[in-house]
Design a protein around this ligand. Structure first.
Ligand code: SF4
Length: 342
């Protein structure tokens, strides 16, 4: 069982202490006897312990920076939401394929932002612009926010904030099962709580440091009982020898464990594994022993933005994935919505 995240090292930006959450986190980490260092900006978090990049990367993944979100302009987040809402960046998980390895580059530590009310004010502006249409905010574009939320409760506040809003909806996805503090949040059905699931093989070999399949499913059942709209992202769909069997077992377990009433408004998103050449180089550096297959010859090239194309599965394999997993969804959850396969 993966225990809730506890940072080994905490950095606090001085301005963070001007906010109640900043002070609260400082007290909390002091009581937990965690080493705290002050820094003027997260860019100064450079002297992480470790003799080489490999060690520094691992230390960074267990380092938490308590800071201020300066940019209050939100990125767009198609297709699942209009905007990405930034409460945290980085993640303590060690999924070999994770895109954060490329997007966070040399700063893979976890940051949590304490100016939460300012982030809400900004969200309010975005909602006003689109009202009376609804605006959806995605909270897990740059982190696995649930993985750190047992310490900060920022996500819990956001759930309650959107619970009270007229035109806003929140959504996020997680690979962590530490959801208990979120169960009594007044979500008012305005937050879709999604879990990222995969076949046992993929979780075992490619997702170290995250909650195991049975733990995630158990957490999903609790979330369903708490009345949240629920969804699942099956990603990355990965073709290994017994993939059909692995994914079949996943759907069987899911049907077995979820309360029947929760299956009416379920959503599924299916995302096949893909990689870019820069990502492949980073993955091989950070996880040199990985079992992750990234053989360009076995894949199909798909042109991408900024000239960086990605390698996806070949057409017939994509069709097989879609038919196989789509078939499992239809069999086990006939009332669910399959939002997309990509
Ligand atoms: Fe990346 Fe998500 Fe894994 Fe964290 S849990 S390492 S964000 S894929």
């Amino acid at each position: 069982m993966v225990k809730p995240f506890v940072p080994q090292l905490v950095y606090i930006e001085p301005r963070a202490l001007e906010y109640p959450l900043g002070k609260e986190l400082k007290n909390k980490f002091e009581k937990m006897n965690i080493e705290i260092r002050e820094t003027t900006s997260h860019n100064q978090v450079r002297n992480l312990p470790g003799d080489n990049d490999f060690q520094k990367y691992r230390v960074a993944k267990s380092t938490l920076v308590v800071g201020i979100r300066k940019t209050l302009k939100f990125d767009t987040s198609k297709p699942s939401a209009e905007y990405a809402i930034p409460f945290a960046t980085g993640c303590m998980g060690h999924c070999h394929y994770c895109y954060l390895q490329t997007t966070m580059g040399s700063k893979p530590y976890i940051r949590t932002y304490v100016n939460v009310d300012e982030i809400f004010d900004s969200a309010e502006q975005y909602m006003k612009e689109r009202a009376p249409e609804e605006t959806r905010f995605e909270a897990s574009c740059t982190s696995d926010i649930v993985g750190v939320d047992h310490l900060t409760h920022t996500l819990k506040h956001a759930i309650e904030y959107f619970g009270k809003s007229d035109h806003g909806r929140l959504r996020f996805v997680t690979k962590f099962a530490h959801v208990d503090h979120l169960l009594d949040a007044e979500h008012k059905g305005r937050t879709r709580f999604r879990f990222s699931l995969n076949a046992d093989y993929v979780i075992k070999y490619l997702e170290p440091g995250t909650s195991r399949l049975d733990e995630r499913i158990e957490a999903a059942a609790k979330v369903a009982e708490a009345g949240y709209p629920l969804g699942f992202i099956i990603a990355p769909i990965y073709l290994y020898e017994d993939w059909k069997e692995g994914y079949r077992i996943l759907f069987e377990k899911l049907e077995d464990k979820l309360p029947a009433y929760a299956t009416k408004d379920l959503t599924f998103e299916l995302i096949q594994h893909r990689f870019t050449q820069p990502a492949k180089r980073t993955i091989q550096k950070n996880y040199p022993m990985t079992k992750l297959e990234m053989d360009e010859e076995k894949r199909q090239y798909k042109w991408g933005r900024y000239g960086i194309g990605k390698y996806v599965y070949k057409k017939d394999e994509q069709q097989d994935m879609k038919d196989t997993l789509g078939g499992y969804i239809e069999k086990h959850f006939p009332e669910a919505t399959l939002e997309y396969f990509t």
